[in-house]
Design a binder for this molecule. Structure first.
Ligand code: TTP
Ligand code: MG
Length: 396
């Protein structure tokens, strides 16, 4: 095992709602709900802790939020303002270390190895960061410190809002083991069902469960991954934006399939998810990688380079489809995956053919419209017709 690294996870509290409370002091302590008017069709983006007392939470339909909290203050939200606040927060992180891994608009991991000499022990650094965010951005953050990323994220959630929790190596078991298994990365509703059928409800019960029985239930790879996490082990390094090597998604079919139309519909959906993640992270990818696993577990990976980096769903999909049609051998498919590699923060504009440029502009407008709808109504609110017609069962 590698030396323990002090990892810090920072997550802003009720982010969008806190920015609104900062700018309108009369809202402070009130049940503030961001997402739109209560009679609109959308979902809640987030809400203040005062609103959470009424059972309101992210992704809940606005109409339901209104039912639970009729006195809530419903606001549409102002993305430009939140992005500015987020940039300020990330600039604060970078004052302490270049090893910052952005996870979302309000959340990041920092590897504090190497900066404790300069700024003090991990707790002092976390306090300084929290204080700078409060003074300069005007909102609060929760912080978690632990020997790895998985535990640091658990730690930051333990005392939200405005929390600061340090999980030391000798406290790992006592903190982690009572928590429900849903807190483990990679445990979606399907896996949670399988585990609870085995009588496993907590992380501690998973950690001490018979490894062979577990492997039989969820497969050997998933079993060992889960038991490592349950033991508090996680070796993944903090990856800075430029080090993130690839972004991808894969899907295992409920039943192995030879139906190419179904495989392509899934591929389109995966391309859609990859494109969206790239756009959210402000990244473009140059190399498309297709992964195909057949019923007998033989697996092939094929790569193709694009003329210029992209983050457009349809370009990713077309390249993936080409690779699939060139390489498919007619056997039942168990899993398909697509990822973009060779990532950069800019789409170097090479001289494209005029026709291609116009087509790309059209696609850009289309994904912008879809992104806007997803931001407002949630990830499942809109997709491509081909995906909808062939809708498989997704994990979540
Ligand atoms: P979160 O960090 O998940 O939530 P939060 O910061 O509002 O609250 P917490 O104190 O529990 O961390 O997400 C950050 C922001 O991302 C959130 O303020 C709004 C946005 N968001 C959505 O728009 N939709 C969602 O479903 C979620 C979960 C978040
Ligand atoms: Mg947050």
């Amino acid at each position: 095992m590698t030396e323990p690294r002090p990892i810090l996870h920072v997550d802003l509290d009720a982010f969008f709602a806190s920015v609104e409370e900062r700018d309108r002091p009369e809202l402070r302590g009130q049940p503030v709900i961001i997402g739109g008017r209560p009679d609109q069709r959308g979902v809640v983006s987030t809400c203040s802790y005062a609103a959470r007392k009424f059972g309101v939470h992210s992704a809940m339909p606005l109409t339901e939020a209104y039912r639970r909290c009729p006195n809530g203050i419903f606001l549409p939200g102002d993305m430009a303002k939140y992005k500015t606040a987020s940039r300020q927060v990330f600039a604060i992180f970078h004052r302490f270390t270049p090893l910052v891994e952005p996870i979302s608009i309000d959340e990041a991991f920092l590897d504090l190895t190497g900066c404790t000499n300069l700024f003090g022990d991990p707790v002092t650094i976390a306090q300084k960061i929290k204080e700078s965010i409060r003074q300069e951005v005007g909102i609060t953050a929760s912080a978690g410190i632990a020997p790895n990323k998985f535990l640091a994220k658990i730690a930051s959630e333990l005392q939200k809002p405005n929390g600061l929790v340090w999980i030391k190596p000798d406290q790992i078991e006592s903190v982690l083991h009572p928590l429900p298994i849903a807190r483990l990365w990679g445990v979606g509703p399907k896996t949670a069902d399988k585990l609870s059928a085995l009588g496993i409800k907590t992380i501690g019960e998973l950690a001490s469960f018979d490894a062979q029985l577990l492997a039989r239930a969820v497969g050997p790879a998933q079993a060992s991954h889960l038991q490592q996490l349950a033991a508090g082990q996680d070796e993944r390094p903090v990856m800075t934006e430029t080090e993130i090597k690839s972004m991808g998604h894969e899907h295992t079919f409920t039943d192995d399939t030879c139906d190419l139309e179904q495989v392509l519909a899934v591929l389109l959906h995966l391309s859609e998810k990859v494109g969206r993640r790239l756009r959210r992270a402000g990244l473009f990818g140059r190399t498309v990688a297709l992964k195909l696993r057949y019923h007998d577990f033989t697996t092939l990976t094929r790569h193709a380079s694009l003329r210029e980096p992209t983050n457009l769903d349809q370009i990713i999909y077309q390249q993936g489809k080409d690779l699939l049609l060139k390489n498919y051998n007619g056997h039942p498919v168990r899993l398909i995956g697509i990822s973009l590699q060779n990532l950069s923060q800019t789409a170097t504009q090479q001289l494209s053919f005029l026709g291609t440029l116009a087509e790309q502009e059209k696609q850009k407008k289309a994904v912008q419209a879809m992104d806007a709808i997803k931001n407002r109504y949630g990830e499942t609110s809109i997709t491509y017709a081909k995906v909808k017609e062939n809708e498989p069962e997704w994990e979540s």
